[in-house]
Design a binder for this molecule. Structure first.
Ligand code: IPM
Ligand code: MG
Length: 362
């Protein structure tokens, strides 16, 4: 199969981690006789620095012409004072919209080898396997009007949260379709005691759930869900939620399973899928060769599964990550300060090697 990908390394640690993900993809492609065809493009701060646009036209063109997009991270303090549309993040948000990627899947799994990396007690976190389904094109991120207006000292800032029924319905179906292949449970997270958006959300979710009689649906307010996520993470299966709540809860889930550096994501629903680690650009550690590439590598696995239906290949990557962790490999985010850790590139090399070894036995 031809794996025709656009690679968007982006900012901060983005280039370092995507490089390792590509090496692992190459190892899988070699083992299964697929051909990788890559095109690298700029996004975020890297694109702002090059052409003063966080999502240049040629980047969009390359993305829509490819079969999937692998992204590193966007965000750079250099552009903190830019107007909204000239911030690195604006490039990512526009890309999600251009690609019609309304469904953001963020698995949060506690790897057996990493049980002791969680700040929670091992008995609480052991066996955690959550799939966060975050609506990605609605809510406060995209709602209009939005502005900061008025005279100095008396300015007013406005953002708008909007959801229409079709947008709620389509993300709900994604969550339920996933639940059917998992443990048949969906928790819808909202703030229906306060927000109209959430009241409509809950109504539509309840209506859609009737088409999935085998799936148990429950509801929680987001504040209470945040508490339960640290008290009993094992109890969660699929979490269905709107854009901003999903952004927050997915970082929290990363903390629960030991490190945000482990979390991968798939943004799907449109014609071309977008795959990126959940972590940001981490400018404080960029260029030091210590970032955890596993979020990016596991995003590459999601890319194979969702954009190419190559589930077997995806499992080889995921198993290789598990094997390397079992052997004790840890990047610095996974060890107490001062203890031995491996570099970004060494971690990537070990996963690629584990893929080569396991696939040679297939
Ligand atoms: C994420 C990030 C982005 C988001 C930022 C970089 C725009 O935090 O993917 O979770 O808020 O969606
Ligand atoms: Mg986030």
């Amino acid at each position: 199969m031809l794996l025709n990908l656009t690679i968007l390394p982006g900012d901060g640690i983005g280039p370092e981690v995507t490089e390792q993900a590509v090496l692992v993809l190459q190892a899988v492609a070699d083992a299964f006789g697929h051909r990788l065809q890559l095109q690298h493009k700029n996004i975020g701060g890297a694109a702002l620095a090059a052409v003063n646009d966080p999502l240049p036209a040629d980047t969009i063109q390359a993305c829509v012409a490819s079969s999937a997009v692998l992204l590193g991270a966007v965000g750079s303090p250099a552009f903190d004072h830019n107007p909204g549309h000239l911030r690195p993040e604006a490039g990512l948000l526009r890309l999600r919209r251009e690609l019609g990627a309304y469904a953001n899947l963020r698995p949060a799994i506690c790897f057996p080898a990493l049980e002791d990396c969680s700040p929670l007690r091992v008995d609480l976190v052991r066996g955690t396997d959550i799939m966060i389904v975050r609506e990605l094109l609605g809510g406060l991120y995209f709602g209009e009007p939005r502005s900061i207006q008025g005279a100095p000292r008396s300015r007013v800032a406005t953002n708008t949260m909007t959801y229409d029924e079709p947008a709620i319905e389509r993300i709900t179906r994604i969550a339920f379709d996933l639940a059917v292949k998992r443990r048949n449970r969906v928790l819808s997270v909202d703030k229906a005691n306060v927000l109209e958006c959430s009241r409509l959300w809950r109504e539509v979710v309840i209506r859609c759930a009737k088409d999935y009689p085998g799936v148990q649906l429950s509801h929680m307010y987001v504040d209470s869900a945040a508490m339960s996520l640290v008290q009993r993470p094992k109890d969660f299966d699929v979490i269905l939620t709107e854009n901003m709540f999903g952004d927050i809860l997915s970082d929290q889930a990363g903390g629960v399973v030991g490190s945000l550096g482990l979390l991968a994501s798939a943004s799907i629903g449109g014609p071309v899928g977008l795959y990126e680690p959940v972590h940001g650009s981490a400018p404080d550690i960029a260029g030091k060769g210590i970032a955890n590439p596993l979020g990016a590598i596991l995003s590459a696995a999601l890319l194979l599964r969702h954009s190419f239906r190559l589930a077997r290949e995806a499992v080889y990557i995921e198993s290789a990550v598990g094997a390397v962790l079992n052997q004790g490999s840890r990047t610095s985010d996974l060890v107490p300060a001062g203890q031995h850790s491996v570099s970004t590139s060494e971690m990537g090399r070990r996963v690629a090697e584990a893929v080569r070894i396991s696939t040679s036995e297939k």
